[in-house]
Design a protein around this ligand. Structure first.
Ligand code: FES
Length: 75
């Protein structure tokens, strides 16, 4: 039997939030963090989810999206 493979084009996950920005990044200042900076993934493509591994860069280039991580910074 012949198999049909359907390849779906990549789609942006951010429909309308702050689309004028090149990359949407938010920071939260937290005083009791062990590390000075921790980035949490919001693109759902990280190989180290929930931590960001930079995979959003490839996703943004492929889709025209502008997603980026949530940064937790030790004060
Ligand atoms: Fe998902 Fe960076 S890898 S926001």
């Amino acid at each position: 039997p012949r198999r049909m493979v359907v390849v779906k084009a990549a789609e942006a996950i951010n429909p309308d939030i702050r689309k004028t920005e090149e990359k949407v990044v938010d920071s939260v200042i937290v005083t009791e963090l062990a590390k000075p900076l921790t980035a949490y993934c919001r693109c759902w493509r990280s190989g180290t989810f929930p931590l960001c591994d930079g995979s959003h860069v490839k996703h943004n280039k492929a889709t025209g999206d502008n997603v980026g991580p949530l940064l937790l910074k030790k004060q």
